[in-house]
Design a protein around this ligand. Structure first.
Ligand code: XIL
Length: 371
């Protein structure tokens, strides 16, 4: 009888403590684990800003302490006609961030992609100058003291580090860059101002980006940080190039943020590189190898890749202001439709059923073992 009682006792202790371990695991989150290191952000779709799915919403609020709007702050949505702004969703985005005490990042003021059609018809320098002044001043002033940082200019560079022949460069010459930063600072002198790009951890583009930041500073512009988008692959870019980038950019006296992190596990079309949203390729079943499920071996590779990247981020946490994922879960990722439509990609830490993946555990575990 006594033996039976003792073993029952032992059994209940074991059950209780495994429940506690389970509870502790559930209580853990990205934002809490990394709270002394840098913000952990996510991009939000319009539906997520509107809190349309309660399960997604509780995951967002639990895991992240910084937000970026995936699309709704881009010029084609927020400024669809010359004399018309549409702030309905951007107001909701700001309210969402405030309600949840999150760091709010504005994406993006000056970008050649996702431009409103009327902007593409701007004819000359006078009109372009007036557009830039009005657009930047209106938006930045409206959210003065509410948005914490802005991508002032997005993707102004070519892969070789020269300036992209955008409509802005075409109409105004390279001065548009320093002017954009000056206009943003005039509208909200306290907000952090960033230049944001993809592949700017690669040597040639990085050199161009460093030159650009120096030019903006020399011209009297205020620039507080550089955004490395970080649309990465399993084996590219190398940790060495990422580390050199963190060191070289922060040596300029600015913050480094990883602003759109995701890691594609799918094959790339030939001739494809970077993250130009206008690139499109034809579909082919070979290019969509995991339509139902990601094999365990690739799941593991993704977890290892994320662990090595976050290990590097932690090593340089004093230089890094924010790490933002480009989406909450795999089901919403833009990489399911870009650069090829209708694929199934697995680039984030949560799967399409909102469950944490091995990659999530590996990022959390880094904080549980002694650094
Ligand atoms: C992407 C969005 O995720 C997609 O929904 C949209 O169709 C195209 O743009 N670089 C950027 C982001 O700065 O704004 C892009 O976001 C991805 C590449």
């Amino acid at each position: 009888m006594k033996i039976l009682k003792n073993s029952l006792l032992l059994l209940s202790v074991a059950v209780l403590s495994s429940c506690n371990v389970q509870k502790e695991k559930e209580a853990v989150s990205l934002k809490d684990s990394y709270k002394n290191d840098f913000y952990i952000g996510t991009a939000l779709s319009a539906d997520q800003i509107e809190e349309k799915n309660a399960k997604e919403d509780s995951l967002i609020v639990k895991q992240f302490n910084a937000i970026t709007a995936e699309n709704i702050m881009k010029s084609m949505y927020v400024h669809p006609e010359k004399d018309k702004y549409d702030f309905a969703l951007t107001d909701k985005f700001i309210a969402y961030g405030k309600k949840n005490k999150m760091f709010i990042h504005g994406h993006t003021l000056i970008w050649h992609s996702q431009l409103a059609p009327w902007m593409q018809k701007i004819k000359d320098s006078t009109e372009m100058k007036a557009f830039m002044k009005e657009h930047i001043t209106t938006i930045v002033s409206k959210y003065k003291g509410q948005v914490d940082s802005w991508d002032v200019v997005n993707e102004a560079l070519n892969e070789d580090g020269t300036l992209r022949k955008s409509i802005f460069l075409d109409k105004l010459g390279e001065k548009y860059l320093v002017d954009a930063f000056k206009l943003a600072a005039a509208a909200d002198p306290k907000v952090d101002l960033y230049y944001n790009d993809y592949n700017n951890e690669e040597p040639a583009k990085r050199a161009g980006n460093i030159a650009l930041i120096k030019k903006i500073k020399a011209g009297g512009g205020k620039i507080d940080g550089v955004g490395i988008q970080a649309h990465w692959k399993l084996a590219y870019p190398s940790l060495e190039e990422i580390e050199k980038s963190i060191l070289e950019y922060s040596a300029l006296g600015i913050k480094v943020a990883f602003t759109e992190l995701d890691i594609s596990v799918l094959p790339n079309p030939k001739d494809f590189s970077g993250a130009d949203v206008n690139q499109k390729f034809e579909g082919d079943p070979k290019m969509n190898p995991y339509p139902e499920k990601l094999p365990d071996s690739v799941q593991l590779k993704l977890a290892e890749r994320y662990a090595s990247i976050f290990k590097l981020f932690l090593k340089h946490k004093d230089k890094i202001s924010r790490v933002t994922f480009w989406g909450v879960h795999d089901g919403q990722s833009w990489l399911n439709d870009w650069p090829i439509k209708g694929r199934t990609n697995y680039p984030l830490l949560f799967d399409k059923n909102l469950q944490p993946k091995k990659a999530y555990n590996s990022v959390i575990q880094l904080k549980e073992t002694k650094q």
